[in-house]
Design a protein. Structure first.
Length: 132
């Protein structure tokens, strides 16, 4: 999955999304955006007890997405087989919905990507609400 750009501004939509999600996950000062090898950039943080940076990539890493959902107490609903969609709620409020583009009879890779993106979108919405 490539980095999407916002038409006209050149600002990466995924960068803004990741920064807002990271704000909800780490707090305002617990992370930074860095140039990472092989990508247009990524969120990095230094875990307690470590000296070096670690990449945080909930759009591509299942573990990072799961930790994000758990920490923010998101309910993740996957209806890929019946509707081709994943969505996340918190306190019965739907925060994000992402379609995988298919409703197959089995789960496919696009369904995992859509679920990670729905989690990250929900976290970004929480980060946006917290920054107001």
């Amino acid at each position: 999955m490539g980095m999407a750009t916002n038409n006209g501004t050149g600002m990466s939509i995924d960068r803004e999304l990741l920064e807002l999600a990271a704000q909800a996950y780490f707090g305002a000062d617990g992370f930074e955006w860095n140039a990472c090898a092989g990508s247009a950039g990524c969120i990095q943080f230094i875990p307690p007890g470590r000296r070096g940076y670690v990449n945080w990539e909930p759009l591509t890493d299942d573990g990072d997405a799961l930790r994000l959902a758990v920490k923010l107490q998101l309910t993740v609903c996957n209806e890929h087989v019946s509707a081709g969609v994943a969505y996340c709620t918190q306190d019965d409020i739907t925060l994000a919905e992402e379609r995988s583009g298919s409703n197959e009879t089995k789960v496919i890779d696009a369904d995992f990507a859509a679920t990670r993106r729905a989690i990250t979108l929900a976290a970004a919405e929480i980060g946006r609400m917290e920054s107001r």
